[in-house]
Design a binder for this molecule. Sequence first.
Ligand SMILES: [Zn+2]
Ligand SMILES: [Zn+2]
Length: 118
Amino acid sequence: MTNQQDGLYRAESDPAWNIVAAGTAHVTLHPDDRSPEFIVVSGPCPRCTHATVHTEPLVSYAGALGASGVLSRLLHRRAVEAGSREVEVICACLTTHPEAGEQKGCGASWVLHVEWSG
Ligand SMILES: [Zn+2]
Ligand SMILES: [Zn+2]
């Protein structure tokens, strides 16, 4: 692997990172695998190799909008069904990359396919 730990910040994606990340990412479903409400992806960034964590909400709109009654139940039921999601992960490592400015991470983004069985 090339040494890019101190690489400049650059917003970019590369299909090869999707493959690398699929092999190194650690995916956890919360609160549990059967009715996930959010996905947490952790692991090394395939570009800069620093540790990064990404949280993908699955049903956040239910709570955010204060949904109640039928709508809330519908949303909740959807959440407990088996499903899959293409999660776009953006590097948010804690290392300051040159030229990152206000941005976190190195600018890399990649897509991880996550599946779960309800
Ligand atoms: Zn980094
Ligand atoms: Zn990175």
